[in-house]
Design a protein. Structure first.
Length: 564
């Protein structure tokens, strides 16, 4: 047990999460009342799998998952179903030689088998490794090899990529395939599961015991495996409840297009919903379809959604008349991953009838800052205030807290239950993530007099031009206000006079042609809306932008492209 955690633990003699909710924010009239009244209550013994699944056995036939396939079939799963199925697969894993802290790779999209594999891995005391289905062989080889995964659960579509690299992964002993015929040596998931007992006694895990490794996007160097303890789910709860305007409420139904291989889909949506016994919609999409998103929200009466800014920008392009055909009724929208910006916020309010609550966090230390329109004024462009239970400040490079409105490093204090344990097999990177007890995000921001945090940019994305330090987010937000612009990304490129000049990469809306007149119009638009030193002196019209699998613009790739 980590000594700094002793003050947070509460008695939990049975070693399992009880039937009562562990954490739920108390609604109050003001942000400060909610923040001051909150305190962590972390049980010494806690298991994610038991919490999100087994504890709901007291309510029979409670709906857990609404799963829609690409052909339109809808399957409903209850918590009773997942208790039995996860117990069966936990027995399969145990029979296959998996034991405590063995790593289980899960290479699947949003589907029931993904949830079954996660719950079973936690019940046996294993460590789950979520993997994105669009990863190529090299990306999978790195993550499976670096984590030392002993077992993998995947589907027939991904099997060829695994076959290509299997000879370089000698520790990967078992491969379960959820669909179709399996090759020699692979195990049919459902056949094996059907032979397992529906009874299983979960391993007694401490809240501090490791539960999963989520790899960072790898925008700067090789991906790092953030090792999280079981307590990380409890640490996420206030950061989910707050930006979703005190989730859960009666009739809430949650959905996100974010893949469950990423922290945003898995622990910002699926796990916290199931902690509270609320249903989640899953859809196995190969590619995000903005119009289908409106259809899905209407069809399944979705009330709560996490929509990254990239998804919102695509939904914004759906004609208003088309949107109005779908009778969706959202109660809350949370957004993160990139800066939301004022334009998207106002569009959401008018087109979706919801104030979008932007939030902020990282794979290593998630959901630390957010908005909550239910009780506090949303300041468009700000990520909000510190989530209850979190201490977030702007610090200098020595860890000194800076005064309001001073630009510096966005940092969060430990101890905190959401905090990662370490980077897997990377002690040096773990050490470099901290200055004292401040966890550095690598992002630059400012905090105003009222505690609102404003994102300026990634430390390596800041542009230095004629003595100014300029963040790309504000310029990108301005660019998408131009009537011809669908999406935009901004970087700095070398200049002998100004050090750097601003270059914009722009995707135009359909049926709009690029020419010199339009380029000048866009430049003047930004010059007049923002400032003379912030307009893009170069514009390149493109058909797409390089992005990470989580929808973040890879500005490093654009800089490299410009410097060739």
């Amino acid at each position: 047990m980590h000594s700094e955690w002793k003050s947070y633990f509460v008695p939990n003699p049975n070693g399992l999460a009880g039937n009562k909710e562990t954490i739920i924010l108390k609604k109050a009239k003001t942000y400060h009342e909610v923040y001051r009244s909150f305190s962590w209550q972390i049980p010494e013994y806690y298991n994610i799998g038991v919490d999100i699944c087994d504890k709901h056995a007291v309510v029979k036939n409670r709906k857990a998952l609404i799963y829609e396939t690409e052909d339109g079939r809808v399957d409903i799963y209850t918590f009773d179903d997942f208790i039995k199925l996860s117990n069966q697969f936990a027995n399969c894993l145990t029979a296959a030689g998996m034991t405590r802290e063995d790593r289980v790779g899960i290479l699947l999209p949003q589907c029931p088998e993904t949830a079954i594999a996660h719950i079973a891995a936690y019940k046996i005391g294993g460590i789950a490794i979520p993997l994105f289905t669009l990863f190529g062989p090299d990306a999978l080889k790195y993550r499976l090899g670096n984590s030392g995964a002993k077992c993998l659960v995947t589907d027939i579509m991904s099997l060829p990529k695994i076959d290509e690299i299997a000879y370089e992964l000698p520790q990967l002993e078992k491969i379960f395939i959820i669909d179709g015929k399996t090759r020699t040596g692979a195990i049919n998931f459902w056949d094996a599961l059907s032979k397992g007992s529906e009874k299983f006694t979960p391993v007694r895990t401490r809240a501090d015991d490791p539960a999963l490794i989520i790899y960072t996007s790898g925008t700067t160097g090789p991906p790092k495996g953030a090792l999280h303890a079981h307590r990380t789910l409890l640490g996420h709860l206030p950061g989910v409840e707050f930006p979703h305007n005190f989730f859960p409420q009666k009739a809430d139904v949650f959905w996100t297009p974010a893949d469950w291989a990423w922290i945003g889909g898995l622990i910002d949506v699926l796990f916290p919903s199931w902690h509270h016994g609320m249903p989640v919609v899953a859809f196995r999409a190969k590619k995000f379809d903005p119009e289908f998103a409106f259809h899905l929200m209407a069809k399944h009466h979705i009330r709560n959604t996490f929509l990254p800014p990239t998804a919102l920008k695509l939904m914004r392009q759906v004609p208003a008349a088309t949107r109005r055909r779908y009778q969706f009724a959202l109660r809350s929208i949370a957004s993160a991953g990139e800066t939301l910006g004022e334009e998207l916020f106002h569009w959401g309010k008018s087109a979706l009838n919801v104030e979008i609550n932007e939030f902020y966090g990282q794979t290593e230390f998630n959901l630390m800052v957010c908005n909550c329109a239910a009780i506090m004024a949303v300041r468009p462009g700000s990520m909000g205030r510190a989530v209850p239970g979190f201490d977030v400040e702007i610090v200098d490079n020595s860890g000194k807290v800076l005064p309001p409105s001073t630009q510096g490093n966005i940092a969060a204090a430990r101890p905190n239950p959401v905090m990662f344990l370490e980077y897997w097999n990377n002690a040096e990177a773990t050490e470099n993530k901290f200055i004292g007890d401040w966890c550095l995000t690598g992002d630059i921001g400012v905090k105003d007099e009222d505690g609102y945090v404003w994102f300026v940019g990634r430390e390596d994305d800041l542009i230095t031009s004629a003595g100014y330090r300029i963040g790309p987010g504000e310029i990108e937000d301005c660019l998408i206000r131009h009537p011809a612009v669908a999406m935009a990304a901004v970087v700095g490129v070398p200049d002998p006079v100004r050090t750097e000049i601003i270059k914009a990469f722009i995707i135009l809306k359909d049926n709009i042609a690029a020419d010199g007149a339009l380029e000048n119009d866009i430049k003047n638009f930004v010059r007049h809306k923002l400032a003379a030193h912030e307009y893009p002196r170069e514009i390149e019209f493109v058909s797409d932008l390089p992005m990470t699998a989580t929808g973040k613009i890879i500005r490093k790739a654009l800089r490299n492209q410009s410097n060739v």
